[in-house]
Design a protein around this ligand. Sequence first.
Ligand code: AMP
Ligand code: ZN
Length: 476
Amino acid sequence: MKPFFIYNTLSRTVEEFVPLKPGVVTLYSCGPTVYLPQHLGNMRTYLCTDTLKRALRLNGYQVRHVMNITDVGHMTSDQDAGEDKIEKTARAEGRSPREVADYYTQLFIRDLEMLRIERPTVPPGQFCRATDHIADMIALIQRILDRGYAYVVGSGVYFDVEKWRGPGAKGRLSRQSLEEQYSEQRLEHASDKRSKHDFALWVLNQPHHLMQWDSPWGRGYPGWHIECSAMSMKYLGETLDIHTGGLDHIPIHHENEIAQSESATGRPFVRYFVHYAFLVGMEGAKISKSSGKFPVLTDLIAAGIDPMAFRLFCLGAKYRSELAFSLDAVRAAQTNFEYFTEFARSMPPDACSAPDSGWTQSYFNRFIDSLNNDLNTPQALAVTLELIGESYRRKDRCVWSTLTKMDSVLGLGMEEIRRQAASQTLPTEIEALRAERDQARQKKDFRRSDELRRELQARGYEVKDTPSGTVLQPRR
Ligand code: AMP
Ligand code: ZN
């Protein structure tokens, strides 16, 4: 196994990744709050995790991955103030919170599928809904209370942040004081809280809240952060190898997850925290749900862009770099995607089953070295494109097994594209025109080859010239 390096927010350095248990990685990712569609920024975050998972698998690890769905408790501020996001949509749309959550969960899963993002593996293929794990959250809150790091007052059960952290200490992940951590939050807080920085584990006495459950402390609902601690530890154990999320989670959500989990268990919660930089709009404009207007995957499809172009667009940037979104930039990635699809569609079947030529090995080594160097996807992508270019140059198509191994990380579905094209038998007269055009091109009879191009186009085919001949694609 080659060493795999990744940037750990806890140490602020690129570290060699070594899992707790050899050969197995436990991975938890904060999932969506399902009250609006997921925007392309959110999808970038899930794509980053998908790539990390795939890269670890290429390195021979089994990845045990859990992702949650937040369907209760996430307030309109990341602290405890405001309204529950799901309930706000429910009231506005005249639906129940469950209907809202189900609807936006389905949209989220549809977008994941279109982007070929794999589902979590624990429980197999399932997302963990917060509302299905209320009993686990209650049990965890009780453990925190028993260890003296939480207290119960009229408005809820709160985590005692200063007691946990010690006076004046900085956050382990954010490296900020409490004042600095909360500097962007409006701290409207319940008057019976001991400190404005204490956060809710369980909220009580909010009769207008639609979703409520019984608990040892009274009827109420969980705070937002507790679900991730409860679900991750339930399925993956008390110490996780990797925890992922967007950069915005560093100062509050993940800092609070560490506090809750470690105060309950007395053990380290996460060994490697991996955070992704944001997708931004033109001139660095924020892409967020609260801004009201945000791009979603169906906007790209409506503009004639394939979801795989967005996947390639994201792979073209390092996960730690902010990425500027524009339709033109994604269109440019679509050209790359067409280069990939053309290669797959024009693969001669015999070259796919033949062993790869020896020269491909050095490309594969460079590919995996790029990924293992802090997930350098732009470099890995460049190596893949080079391999295709070299295959054309050498007129040697015995590269398929290397290319599909690379695609197990890039996730473009190259084998599916090839199979689909191979199973598409052209009508006899079209195949005859295609063959005639190839002959004309070989004889450098460009006038005839152009005539045949127009003929094929008139019959509903897109005509592409590739180094291995004319490739036809029926127009949709
Ligand atoms: P939310 O549904 O708001 O809880 O966000 C889901 C995930 O998307 C979280 O991991 C966020 O950190 C992440 N996220 C939110 N906005 C962006 C953005 N503009 N770019 C990348 N990731 C984002
Ligand atoms: Zn979380």
